[in-house]
Design a protein around this ligand. Structure first.
Ligand SMILES: NC(=O)c1ccc[n+]([C@@H]2O[C@H](COP(=O)([O-])OP(=O)(O)OC[C@H]3O[C@@H](n4cnc5c(N)ncnc54)[C@H](OP(=O)(O)O)[C@@H]3O)[C@@H](O)[C@H]2O)c1
Length: 280
């Protein structure tokens, strides 16, 4: 049960904060069981402590043996150093979870002692409001009980999907990086509203509600987007005209390319880290 576990975030950036916010808001863990640390930014630790009541401290002050789950939440290039810094302090029952783009379970296992349990996950920043779409992949040594514990934690932050590791790059392109594409879309829609005389605050709400409503239709009606789109497109109507412009300006291709480029970057990060390992 998650409530009896103790977790520690190694990294106190935006992703760690989104996850901390999710778990504290869901009231599944008491803040005394949630630790957070970073490399050097003491002001940031204080800010997170003040906001969420969690235990924030330098890494060397963490009660290491009490922690059930360590969450790597630094930039991918810092993963090796972080794994090295904890490797010999860990005992076999402790689990290492990574949220880092491109860091494979194999990479983690290779940088830890034999048999160490690892889990790779990919949340997104909507964790902050319990609306993340999060993927989970367990390493080869990880017990079912620990996978369930990790899923319980991630469910505080939204919906959880178990996927194969070879799907992680595309998942990253779709859901890890996905919120930013919708923010970009919203920025552009908002601009058109403002240019046409609408108040910025109002148009922001209108655009957000429109995207939210469309997403909710897909989820609640369990209907494919293609079918929903066809239903709302009357011949020669306004929507048909808007969609025609989207096609003319290659809107579909732009979206495909965004996902594929992000997925490719995720793959490249894995390769860069492996190459650095071979040459070091
Ligand atoms: N942002 C997203 O939407 C998103 C989505 C999914 C996954 N992710 C993944 O989440 C990770 C973190 O992203 P972010 O945006 O939160 O980064 P960020 O804001 O740059 O934060 C990185 C944090 O890691 C700390 N850190 C660095 N090295 C460390 C170490 N060895 N031990 C402990 N803490 C260390 C930094 O501390 P100092 O400031 O003291 O150096 C900082 O608090 C990335 O790897 C990314 O792939 C992000």
């Amino acid at each position: 049960m998650l409530a009896n576990k103790t977790i520690a975030f190694l990294g106190a950036g935006s992703m760690a904060e989104s996850m901390i916010s999710g778990v504290i808001t869901a009231e599944k863990m008491s803040p005394e069981r949630v630790f957070v640390t970073n490399r050097s930014n003491a002001d940031r630790l204080k800010e997170i402590h003040d906001q969420y009541g969690v235990c924030a401290m330098p890494q060397n002050e963490l009660p290491f043996e009490e922690i059930d789950l360590f969450i790597l939440a630094m930039k991918p290039k810092g993963a090796e150093e972080a794994l090295r810094s904890i490797k010999d302090k860990l005992y076999p029952g402790q689990v290492i979870l990574s949220v880092l783009a491109g860091i494979t379970t194999e990479f983690m296992e290779e940088h830890l002692n034999a048999g160490q349990q690892v889990v790779r996950v990919m949340p997104n920043t909507s964790s902050m409001i319990q609306e993340s779409a999060t993927a989970v992949v367990a390493g080869k040594n990880t017990s079912m009980a620990n996978v369930e514990m990790v899923k319980e934690l991630l469910e505080c932050m939204g919906e959880v999907y178990t996927i194969d590791e070879d799907q992680m790059d595309v998942f990253t392109g779709l859901a890890g990086s996905g919120p930013a594409y919708f923010y970009y879309l919203m920025e552009n829609m908002e601009q058109v509203g403002v240019q046409n005389g609408m108040d910025e605050k109002t148009v922001r709400k209108i655009v957000a509600q429109t995207i939210f409503g469309a997403a909710k239709m897909v989820l609640e009606k369990e209907e494919a987007p293609t079918s929903l789109r066809e239903k709302v497109t009357s011949p020669n109507g306004t929507t048909a005209s808007g969609l025609e412009a989207l096609r003319r300006y290659n809107g579909g291709e732009a979206i495909t390319q965004a996902v594929e480029h992000a997925a490719k970057r995720s793959k490249e990060i894995s390769k860069e880290l492996e190459d650095a390992l071979v040459t070091s």
